[in-house]
Every structure is written in C-alpha cells, then in structure tokens.
Design a protein around this ligand. Structure first.
Ligand SMILES: [Fe+2]
Ligand SMILES: [Fe+2]
Length: 471
C-alpha cells in the first residue's frame, strides 16, 4: 500500500476513516513539532538534507530519496502489511488468533512495554542534538539526520498505538513522552543509557552500533507479540534500525581504518599528536557503550519478563524459529551468579530467564562488528585487537551490579576499581582529547582527518555529492 503525502499525517493505517483518532493525533502533532524544534538536531532548520522517506511498506519499494528541508520532513505512521491468519505464537494463548485489540486483562502490561520502547526514541534524538555542529563530513551529517528523523518516526509509531488503543491514559502517556528529557534531573528518560551524553562522533558511532542494536533486539521480541498492531509497527521499524547499525559499524570501522593507516605510516602507537584517535581510547569507548547497553536487557531473572512471555506480549528473538514448545514451562537456561568472589553459572527456569537469553543473542550479534574492525587492523599489519569486555564489567543492573569486575571478568575490590577504572573507561582527558578533534567539515566530499572516507556514497550517489545543502 503506498502512502499519501497530501495527508496531514501520512499513514497506511486508514486514519481518514477514524476521525476521532485523526483529531487526537493532529492535536499531538504541534507539541511534537515544538519538541523537535527545541530538542531535535540543533541549527538544522535551514538545511536541505538528502533523506530517505518511506513511501510504501512493501518490501523493496518503500524508500524514496530526495533533498528535504529539515522542517518540512513528514513524519507518518506505517505498519508492516498484515499477515493473514496470524496467531499468538507463544505463551498460554499460543495458537489463538492474534489480537487486533488490546486484551483487557493485559492492558497495563502492554502499555508499559509500549511506553518504555517509545521513550527511547525521542531520547536518542535529544542525546544526539549537538552532533551536527561538529560533523566530520556532509555524508556523516546526512546519516545523523536520517537516524534522527527515523527515531522521531519511531516515536510516532508508539504514540499511534497509545492513541489508537489506550484511550485517555494513552493520550496522557503520549504527552509525557515529550515532557521527559534525556539527562533531565527531574524528569529523566526511563532507561539510564538514554540519559547519558553523546558528545562526540566516536560516542555517536558507538551509540548507533551498540544502543541501536539493543533497539533491534527489543523491537524484534516485540515484533513477536500476539498484539498484532504492535507486531506490525515493530516489523516496519526494524527495517529502519538496520541503517542505524550500519552507520555505527561503518563509522567505527572508518575511524579504526584511519588510525591503523597513521600507525602503519609513522610506525608508532602514539598517534594522538598525529590527530587521530588511539586504539586504547576506542576500546574504552567500546567498553562504556557496550556495558551500559547490557543493562538495557534488565535483570537476569525477571518475573515481569516471564509474565510478558506467558501473556503472549513479548517473545524471544526470532521466537517462531526456535525449536521448542514456546511455553517454557519445564525448560531451564544458564544464568550467571556470583559465588564466593567468582562468577559461576546456574540453571534457572527458562521462563524467568528470557531477558538473559535476549542479552546473550545481543552479545553474539555485537561480536560480529568487532571481528570486522579487527580484520581492518589485521590487514594493516597492526597487532592490537578490540574486544567486547566481560559481561560483569561496569554493570549497573542485575547480579553484577553490586560488584566491580575487570574487562576480562575478574572480580576486584573498590580500591582496585578506583585505581584502574580510567584504564578501562574513558577518562575526562580521553573525552577532552576526542572533543579536540571535533571540528565541523562541511565541504562536499571532504572528510575530517581522524576518519577514513566510507566505501561508497548513499543510494549509489558519489561521495562528493552535496548530501546536505545550506540555505
Ligand atoms: Fe528507534
Ligand atoms: Fe535506531
């Protein structure tokens, strides 16, 4: 189904036929635009950006590329096509027809899931607000804005569900999405990783690699939901998430590439004076972003998650491809435990361990990009290797929260942690150094010195195209 951009709110959900819902969303729209204006990308209102816009949700044919004036970007509501005869595929309702309306008994749980997901979307836009002012190239500036407008659309997706299915308290939750702000001491975003700063482009690429990947895993497990509108909206959001992770993976890859080139050329590890980011600093940023993202999956043992699963609201990653009973009544799963200063593994009910399982899927997926960055180092003849730190490192949630651990997974005391933490996590000096490299490069085809050019341009366009035009 193609999308009519002459509508005030472009959509494929038949908004024209539901006047009440249309009016409610049209009432929310100005508040959203005001939020975008004050907390979206700084100083972007005069820019024309080469953006991808959804014009249809059919596979293959949905993306349209053109220069768009940033304030004229049209956010809309798109659901993936309905799957015929879709069923609830797990939990106690397994085999029943998927729900088109919210089941009354699960209303508050579903709302909580949608609000928690929805809150992350505008949070990331707020976190990335100032990055455009220090972009390493027009190509990167365009990618930043592409990510930002899509996160804005993801908020629309969740707000649509709240308005369409949760009545008055849904509308109140939609308003609250624009009232909480990333890092606000009084009204922070719900999840801690979405209150952290993203002040430089190394942090941005780590964010889109690790934090957007958390998004992928959350959306994928919500895409399994028995509540069909949630499933359909998450399936379409996932098509956009892939690009965000691409931005992160290739961004870090290009930084690693540039550093490796300079190291090889000058035969030195001491590259800061040469204006590129040293590998240990890249590792520290990786340690930070990865560990705060592990927290996003929650407690190893979780009654809430067990309930979401049994209720059929949130499944496991690729639930329908897993070969088991999809009820998890009697099965077990290995979860970590701290025993006498060591990390052990115990068997726990699989039903209570779905968070841990999702985290394990995420860890496997995170490793792939690290391997590709290491391949760049290997090719350049550099011996250094980037690694994912141990699951116990720098954790704020779950069994590891009360202890300190090294990146290789040794439990250490407070004194050792305080003495060595700056070897493992970015220090103020590290952040100041990275910040010192962040000068805007806004000439078509030019790149900042500390990052290699990408392998190719956007949508088959040349690298020196004017991806962003200034008016
Ligand atoms: Fe998103
Ligand atoms: Fe994303």
């Amino acid at each position: 189904m193609s999308i009519d951009y002459s509508d005030k709110i472009p959509n494929n959900v038949g908004l024209d036929d539901n006047r009440r819902l249309q009016r409610a969303l049209e009432k929310w729209q100005p508040a959203y635009l005001e939020w975008w204006d004050s907390l979206g990308p700084a100083k972007s209102t005069t820019m024309d950006v080469y953006l991808r816009t959804a014009i249809s949700v059919e596979p293959g044919g949905w993306a349209h590329f053109d220069h768009v004036r940033m304030p004229d970007y049209r956010w809309g509501i798109f659901l993936a096509p309905e799957e015929k005869d879709r069923r609830v595929n797990f939990g106690r309702h397994k085999g029943e027809a998927a729900w088109q309306d919210v089941p009354g008994e699960y209303r508050s749980e579903l709302k909580r899931l949608i609000v928690t997901q929805g809150d992350t979307e505008p949070a990331s836009v707020e976190q990335q607000r100032h990055l455009g002012l220090i972009c390493p190239s027009l190509y990167d500036l365009r990618n930043l804005f592409q990510v930002n407008v899509e996160e804005g659309r993801h908020l629309w997706a969740m707000v649509y569900l709240l308005h369409a299915h949760f009545g008055r308290d849904g509308r109140e939750e939609a308003e609250a999405m624009l009232e909480r702000h990333s890092g606000d001491p009084d009204k922070p975003r719900i999840l801690q990783a979405f209150n952290e700063k993203t002040d430089d482009w190394l942090a941005f690429f780590m964010f889109t690699y690790f934090q957007d990947r958390d998004g992928k895993y959350q959306l994928a497990s919500l895409a399994e939901s028995g509540f069909d509108p949630l499933s359909r909206t998450c399936r379409f959001m996932l098509t956009e998430e892939a690009h965000h992770m691409f931005v992160g993976e290739t961004g870090i890859g290009r930084i690693v590439q540039r550093t490796a080139e300079i190291m090889a050329e000058h035969k030195t590890d001491d590259v800061r004076p040469l204006g590129v980011i040293d590998l240990p600093t890249i590792q520290k940023y990786l340690n930070f972003h990865y560990s705060i993202c592990l927290d996003l999956f929650g407690q190893e043992l979780s009654t809430n998650s067990a309930n979401y699963f049994t209720m059929g609201l949130k499944g496991r990653y690729q639930e329908t491809r897993i070969d088991d009973d999809h009820l998890l009544a009697d099965s077990v799963y290995a979860i970590p435990e701290i025993r006498g200063g060591d990390i052990a593994s115990i068997e726990a009910p699989a039903l209570s361990s779905v968070n841990e399982r999702l985290r394990a899927d995420y860890i496997l997926d995170s490793q792939r990009g690290v391997d590709r960055w290491n391949a760049i180092l290997e090719k350049a003849g550099i011996g250094y290797r980037l690694t994912l730190p141990h699951i116990a490192f720098n954790r704020g949630i779950g069994v590891f929260a009360p202890v300190h651990a090294t990146p290789d997974g040794r439990i250490i005391d407070d004194a050792a942690w305080n003495r060595d933490r700056e070897q493992w996590l970015p220090s103020e000096g590290d952040r100041a150094f990275v910040a010192s490299l962040m000068h805007p490069v806004m000439e078509a085809g030019k790149m900042a010195h500390w990052i290699a050019p990408p392998a190719k341009g956007i949508n088959g366009q040349p690298l020196d195209m004017e991806y962003v035009r200034f008016n």
